[in-house]
Design a protein around this ligand. Structure first.
Ligand SMILES: *Cc1c(COP(=O)(O)O)cnc(C)c1O
Length: 355
């Protein structure tokens, strides 16, 4: 059994892989890959998936749940187009590569972007303060967890303006107060399911209010909400697997229990990083991510020895992103504490082997 610390597509529970595999062969007599998305069997899957999102995150009334395509990358564009109002201005927090992507796409659709907080000065190694939040803009955008840099917001920016958040890499890892947001979006493949669908949770009162002159039907969230997320052919398999994963999440105590398990995993790894002289973290304690944990070797000459140790231990996906270097352990919901222990034990072993 391999320990998958990959940053995405993510590890999912074994039971989800098994049930998804069975449905490829036989889903009420046909393969899930060949059924019509208009068939009652798939309509039921779509409805259950939407209901499970609402249940898992305690989504208040007045929100729509959509499963679209295009990844969070298209979400950058969709968010900007749909949230554009009278001022055509927006406030963005620049906390890493993905946040920067969101800023770029907002500019591309004609939004005057005010980057009111940024951690670019220190290679995005911390979460910047959000006290200079602008008030003369249409909406505020943030990225709750910075997958590449290992930072995470532990308190959301305080604003009375519509708040938009890219939650791709920490959605369903902990409870979220959805009522604080007008729009949440997340590529499925970080903590929800296989690549191929992108989740949108949108306040109904925010639909159809865009002032953008450029609004293709597919990019208009209202078109999708009006059609129950079936405007065109949805990514059937990806939604089905996400639904199975949500069933499993809820059967195992929901996001509260997941948050508890995720904290135990993160505590175990950070404790090792902080106590083992061979390693150092890259993020101040208060901004550390529970999902993606970045760390460096104290002495680069240990690289070959450490790489051999973790490769031999069947650990995969640990190489850091090129913009940070070192290592990154992504610890999505389905990663077990046993896998974390496999990692911390090779870290200790490295130090022991040098003594
Ligand atoms: C991976 C990631 C993205 C990009 O997702 P795609 O679905 O590949 O477009 C955007 N934002 C965050 C926070 C991510 O982790």
């Amino acid at each position: 059994m391999k320990h998958n610390f990959g940053a995405g597509p993510c590890i999912l529970p074994q039971v989800v892989f098994k049930e998804a595999a069975e449905a490829i062969v036989d889903f009420n007599g046909l393969s899930i890959l060949e059924i019509s998305h208009r068939s009652p069997d798939f309509v039921a899957v779509m409805e259950e998936a939407q209901d499970l999102v609402k249940k898992a995150l305690n989504v208040p009334k007045g929100y729509s749940v959509l499963f679209l395509q295009g990844g969070a990358s298209l979400g950058f564009t969709i968010a900007a187009l749909n949230m554009m109002r009278e001022t055509k201005k927006a406030g963005y927090m620049n906390t890493g590569t993905w946040a920067k992507g969101a800023i770029g796409e907002a500019k591309a659709v004609g939004i005057d972007v005010n980057v009111f907080a940024s951690s670019e000065d220190n290679n995005f190694g911390y979460i910047p303060k959000s006290d200079a939040i602008p008030t003369d803009v249409d909406y505020i955008h943030c990225t709750s967890n910075n997958t590449i840099f290992g930072t995470q917001f532990h308190a959301i920016p305080e604003t009375s303006l519509p708040l938009v958040c890219d939650m791709s890499s920490d959605i369903f890892s902990k409870p979220v107060d959805v009522s604080k947001y007008d729009l949440i979006y997340a590529g499925a493949q970080k903590n929800l399911g296989p690549a191929g669908t992108t989740l949108y949770i949108v306040k109904d009162s925010a639909l159809g209010k865009s002032t953008s002159e450029f609004m293709p039907k597919y990019l208009n969230l209202k078109s999708h909400a009006d059609k129950g997320s079936m405007l065109n052919t949805p990514p059937v398999f990806s939604i089905y697997a996400a639904m199975l994963n949500l069933r499993d999440l809820i059967a195992n105590g929901g996001v509260e229990a997941a948050a508890f398990r995720n904290k135990a995993k993160a505590d175990a790894l950070y404790a090792e990083i902080d106590s083992n002289p061979s390693f150092k973290g890259t993020v101040p304690v208060e901004d550390r991510s529970i999902m993606n944990i970045t760390f460096l070797l104290s002495d680069e000459t240990d690289k070959d020895a450490f790489d051999k140790l973790w490769n031999d231990a069947e650990i995969i996906g640990l190489k850091g992103h090129r913009s940070v270097g070192g290592y990154r352990a992504s610890m999505y919901n389905a990663l077990t504490l046993e896998s974390v222990h496999a990692l911390t034990s090779v870290m200790s072993e490295l130090t022991r082997s040098k003594a």
